[in-house]
Each structure stands twice: as structure tokens, then as C-alpha cells.
Design a binder for this molecule. Structure first.
Ligand code: NDP
Length: 590
């Protein structure tokens, strides 16, 4: 099986690695248009002094805003590209979209807002509504600047503030800036020749065109009844959308490069009797329990009990006497679980050739595991055809269709489920540069990798707090880490505002020490995603050789809870250790 995995990986390796993709700019700019707002929005430009500016209105920005409000911060603005809060849940409205980390641990602030999701895996509209609920409850609509992009961000030594300009002519002078730009927010297209020549209708899944397909996020795509539809990609997004496309389109072609592993979903409505048993503090307990299990810790109870925790259940390797034996037992358990995934395909998909093509041959965490109860069955429909590209990808797009292996499949509509740009390069993810002391560009300072304290502060960039995975925490339930980072940022800002601290900035020594902590944690190894034996994907930079800068940009490797404990212990010290502080006359902006 190891040899089979190796062969499958080799088939997919390509010289252009992650540069094979195209971003939604230039000739592809139209793909990036926001279909959820009325065109032509205008508003007067804002010129203002504020205490805190948050860039990004997804879960990161919402949590930072909520935690700042709890800390008593009133002078606050949030800049967001979309037309509302929600981030990924604003953009991803494709049919079937739902969370696949359990909603009771994924939707933040459930106890604070008094909300209980209706299902174990809530659907996108419910999650988007929860984002709006958080924004309302914590008064974040006040000061929100939607459909707005930051253009420049410069530290002003005279005022000791960040000067921020936007594409709507705003000029903000903020004492503190929190960047919460997300990790998967820049949609990408595959670099297939001919994308721009297609004459039918096409769009990216994160800009779903319901005006064309009919229906909505719950399905019922009635306008596709007479259409031939193609979808490129079979990742977590496609897996959720394909059952609805299969149910509605006259003909559906699914163009596959690498199959996803599809585990059991087992969604259920929320049991009101269970809700009655919950005691205050239940959500944090459940969140921590899940994170511990998926970080490889053995726990007495598994509160969530789903496909994710099943992947990480490991009853064998704890019996091992040596590290080598433990590694071998872990690998055997991985083979066994992937064999179950493959057996599930055989049990559901009737055509043996299609079934074989849908089987993933790689380790469990090489690609994002998927969980779905209708995806595989969709391939039993007579109107659905899997076009397997044997790991090579689509050859060409023509004005009328898609070419694979020299054969053209004619389609009226072509949907790109081709994912989002993922890069360890933080400044590229941000989309704008930050100029700190002396006009020093963050892009240039970090050209050979990041230098931070806790992944949140950078020397030369006072009063900037970054929420990201770079040299910071990482979690399967990413909202867990965002909340911890938000609480951390709110604690620091509250302290500064209340005690007359004008600037904070990490010392050189603190950054060096943090880097040593990161290195040490990586050397110990833990649960890893997308190793070098993995099939290419965004988990392992498309299988390319590791760039030495990537190590500098890596997250803390000592586990999610380990990172959270570092932040919590630091706050307990209550001395802003490692941060150089200047005091001034500044008082909170009225
Ligand atoms: P992915 O990057 O996971 O998938 C992109 C797909 O496009 C892959 O199947 C890829 O194949 C395929 N592809 C790329 N280029 C070509 C080509 N030239 N020809 C044919 N196929 C091609 O994007 P997704 O949007 O599916 O998911 C991104 C992430 O978003 C997930 O990993 C997950 O973290 C998150 N997500 C979470 C969800 C949830 O919680 N419910 C739902 C959806 C997404 P290959 O695999 O060979 O590269």
C-alpha cells in the first residue's frame, strides 16, 4: 500500500507546484465580483481618529470585536471587503454549504449569545446568521465599513498612530490595528489553458450565481434542469455542492484530479433534551475536549464523537514500547482507516470503474478529510458522470467545454470548485503592505520569513496585532484559536488604553526566544498535515520541496492547547513580558 501511495503521489507532482493557480485579477477579475450586493454602492469617505481598527469581518474580526467590546473598548471600526460580516460564511453560499466541524464547537460565543444551532452540522445560512447575531449583540455594525479594502497602512511617528487609507477614500488614524484577514479568503482558479475563452456561463463556488442556477443554499437549482454543467475540483467544497448539482442539472460532469476521502457525516437535529443537560461553561469544555483529541491526546471522554475524532482515535500506539513501534502502529491504523473509506466507496457506488476512481490512495491527513452522506451516491445517478483525469487535471478549456485526455465534454455552465490561495507568506495573504517605523515594509522585512512574538507582534510594527497561523497557533477547529488570539489581543489593548501605555512592540530578544520555542516545538513533531510522503495539495505546498522560509512561517508545533497555554500563562504574568512599552499622554479616544 505504501508503494501504491507513492505511485499516486508521483503521478500528481508537477514542476509548477503552487504557481499552477491563477488569482482572480486581470482577465479573471470578473470571477471576483461580489454577487451578493447591489452594484453601485457608495458612501461618504470617513476621516477619523479611533482607538482600534480591525481589518476583516469574518470570525476573526467578529471575535476580536466582541472581546474588545467586553473589555470596554468603544472607539472601534471594522473594515471588510464583503457587504456584511461573515467572512468565509459571507462568500461561501454554494448549495449544500455547511460546517463540517461540529456546530456546537465551531460556532463561537454560543453561551454568550444564548443561541443553540439547530443541527450538529449547521448549514451556511444559519452560520451566516450567527455571524450577524454576534455583530448585533456586540454592537459591531456601528463603525463597520463594508465593501471596503485597505490600501495603505503606515505608522506615523509623530502621532504614534497607524494611518490607514482605503479604496473608498477613508483616512483613519488608529492607535491599534488588528489584522484578521483569514487564511482561505483569496479564491483561485486552476491555471488551465483557455479559461478565459469559455463562452458559456462560469463562476467560482465562492461567488455562486443563483440568478443563473436558480434555487438557493438549500438546493433546488431549478434553472439547471435543461443545462449541461461541469464542475472542476473534488475538494471539501465540491463534495457539498455536487449532490445538489446532480439532483438538478440535466447532465453533470465532475472533473476530478484527486478524490477526497469521504467519511460518514451522520448529521442530526439538535436534541432539546441534551440541551437541557448542559451546564454553564459547557461550550469551552467541549471545544477543548475536541481540540485535545484531534491534537493526538488520549482523553477519557470524547464529547463530540464524529468523523474527526474517529480519525485521531488511536488505541494502538500507546501500547508501543519504542517511538519507532508507535510510529509503525500509527501508520497501520492510518492504512486501516483509509481502507474503511475505500470500502465505503465500493459499498455505495454501483459502477466499479467509477468506484475505483473515487478511492483516495494517501494518508488520512494528506488532504482535508471530508464527511458526507449523499456525495458518493450522487455518482449512481444516470445524469452524473465522473471524468477522472488520473491525477493530471483538466487539459484545456474551449469556448464550448472541457477537454480531458483529448476528449471534449460540452457544457453550458462551468463551475470552479478550485479552492483558495493558501500560503505561509503572511504579507501575500493580507493583500496590502504594512509600513512600520521608518517606512519599513512588512513584505520586505519578512521576505525571508516572519519574525514575531507569539505570531502576533512584529518588531518595528508597534501596536499591530496579527491574527494568523504564522508562528502562531493552529487548530482543526480554527475558530478555537481565533477566539484565544482575540482574547489575547483584547487583554493587551485594554491594558494599554487603561494604563496610559502609548506603544507596545516586541524586543529583538523576545522575538529570538519565540523563534527558538517554535523551532523546538517543530523538532518534537506532533500531528502533522501534508507531510513529504503526501499526495500534492495545499497542505504540503503542492508537494514542492520545503522552502527554508516556510519553517519561519510555520505555526507553533507543540499542539493547539500548548499554544493556548503559552498565551494564557503570559497574560497571567501580567507584565507584558517581551514587549517594549512607551508611555505617553494619549487617553482613549472619546
Ligand atoms: P480545495 O483546494 O480543497 O480543492 C480544489 C480542488 O480543485 C481539488 O480537488 C483540486 O484537485 C482541484 N483542481 C485544481 N486544479 C485542477 C485542475 N487543473 N484540474 C482538475 N482539478 C483541479 O478547495 P475547496 O474549496 O474544496 O476547499 C478549501 C478548504 O476550505 C478546505 O480544505 C477546507 O479547509 C475549507 N472548506 C471547509 C468546508 C467546511 O468546513 N464545511 C467546506 C468547504 C471547504 P487536487 O486535489 O488534485 O489538487
Amino acid at each position: 500500500m505504501k508503494e501504491k501511495y507513492r505511485i499516486e503521489r508521483e503521478k500528481r507532482l508537477r514542476a509548477d507546484g503552487s504557481t499552477q493557480y491563477r488569482d482572480l485579477s486581470g482577465v479573471y477579475e470578473d470571477f471576483d465580483r461580489d454577487p451578493y450586493v447591489e452594484p453601485g454602492f457608495t458612501r461618504p469617505a470617513v476621516t477619523e481618529k479611533i482607538d482600534v481598527l480591525i481589518v476583516g469581518g469574518g470570525f476573526g474580526g467578529l471575535l476580536a470585536g466582541a472581546r474588545l467590546r467586553q473589555a470596554g473598548v468603544t472607539s472601534l471600526r471594522i473594515i471588510e471587503k464583503g457587504g456584511d460580516f461573515g467572512g468565509t460564511w459571507y462568500w461561501n453560499r454554494y448549495p449544500g454549504a455547511a460546517c463540517d466541524v461540529e456546530s456546537y464547537i465551531y460556532l463561537p460565543l454560543l453561551e454568550e449569545t444564548g443561541y443553540m444551532p439547530t443541527e450538529k452540522y449547521a448549514k451556511a445560512p444559519e452560520i451566516f446568521a450567527h455571524c450577524q447575531r454576534i455583530a448585533r449583540q456586540f454592537d459591531l455594525y456601528k463603525g463597520a465599513m463594508f465593501q471596503t479594502l485597505v490600501q495603505t497602512m503606515d505608522w506615523n511617528e509623530d502621532t504614534q498612530r497607524w494611518n490607514v487609507t482605503t479604496d473608498r477614500g477613508d483616512k483613519l488614524a488608529a492607535r491599534f490595528v488588528i489584522t484578521a484577514g483569514g487564511i482561505l479568503h483569496k479564491a483561485k482558479l486552476p491555471g488551465i489553458p483557455g479559461v478565459e475563452t469559455f463562452k458559456g456561463h462560469s463562476f467560482h463556488t465562492s461567488r455562486w450565481d443563483y440568478a443563473y442556477t436558480g434555487g438557493g443554499p438549500y438546493g433546488g437549482l431549478n434553472k439547471l434542469a435543461d443545462k449541461r454543467v461541469g464542475i472542476i475540483g473534488t475538494g471539501a467544497t465540491a463534495v457539498q455542492a455536487i449532490p445538489h448539482l446532480g439532483a438538478s442539472a440535466r447532465q453533470l460532469y465532475v472533473f476530478q484530479r484527486t478524490p477526497s476521502g469521504i467519511g460518514l457525516r451522520n448529521n442530526q437535529p439538535t436534541d432539546p433534551e441534551w440541551v437541557k443537560t448542559l451546564k454553564p461553561g459547557w461550550q469551552q469544555e467541549r471545544i477543548r475536549n475536541f481540540t485535545a483529541i484531534v491534537s493526538g491526546q488520549q482523553m477519557d471522554v470524547d464529547l463530540v464523537r464524529d468523523g474527526w475524532t474517529y480519525i485521531f482515535q488511536d488505541t494502538d500506539s500507546c501500547r508501543a514500547k519504542t517511538a519507532e513501534e508507535a510510529a509503525e502502529l500509527r501508520q497501520l491504523a492510518d492504512f486501516r482507516k483509509m481502507e474503511e473509506i475505500r470500502a465505503r466507496v465500493d459499498a455505495i457506488v454501483k459502477d466499479p470503474v467509477t468506484a475505483e476512481a473515487l478511492k483516495p490512495y494517501y494518508y488520512q491527513m494528506c488532504k482535508r478529510p471530508c464527511f458526507h452522506d449523499e456525495y458518493l451516491d450522487t455518482f449512481n445517478r444516470p445524469n452524473v458522470k465522473l471524468v477522472d483525469t488520473e491525477g493530471q487535471g483538466v487539459e484545456r478549456i474551449t469556448p464550448t467545454g472541457v477537454v480531458v485526455n483529448g476528449k471534449e465534454y460540452e457544457v453550458d455552465c462551468l463551475i470552479y470548485a478550485s479552492g483558495f490561495e493558501v500560503t505561509g507568506d503572511y504579507t501575500r495573504r493580507l493583500g496590502f503592505d504594512i509600513r512600520g517605523r521608518g517606512g519599513k515594509s512588512l513584505r520586505e522585512s519578512w521576505a525571508h520569513g516572519a519574525a514575531t512574538l507569539h505570531g502576533m507582534h512584529g518588531r518595528g510594527y508597534p501596536n499591530l496585532l496579527m491574527l494568523s497561523g504564522t508562528q502562531s497557533g493552529w487548530a482543526i477547529n480554527f475558530v478555537h484559536i481565533l477566539d484565544e488570539q482575540s482574547q489575547h489581543a483584547a487583554y493587551i489593548i485594554e491594558r494599554c488604553l487603561k494604563s496610559g501605555i502609548e506603544t507596545i512592540e516586541p524586543s529583538e530578544r523576545a522575538q529570538q526566544q519565540w523563534w527558538e520555542v517554535i523551532l523546538g516545538s517543530l523538532q518534537k513533531g506532533g500531528v502533522s498535515f501534508g507531510g513529504s510522503e503526501c499526495t500534492p495539495g495545499y497542505y504540503n505546498n503542492e508537494g514542492a520541496k520545503a522552502d527554508p522560509n516556510d519553517v519561519r512561517n510555520a505555526p507553533y508545533g507543540g499542539g493547539t492547547l500548548g499554544f493556548i497555554d503559552i498565551l494564557r500563562d503570559w497574560r497571567k504574568g501580567d507584565d507584558l513580558a517581551g514587549l517594549e512599552v512607551t508611555r505617553g499622554t494619549a487617553s482613549p479616544t472619546p
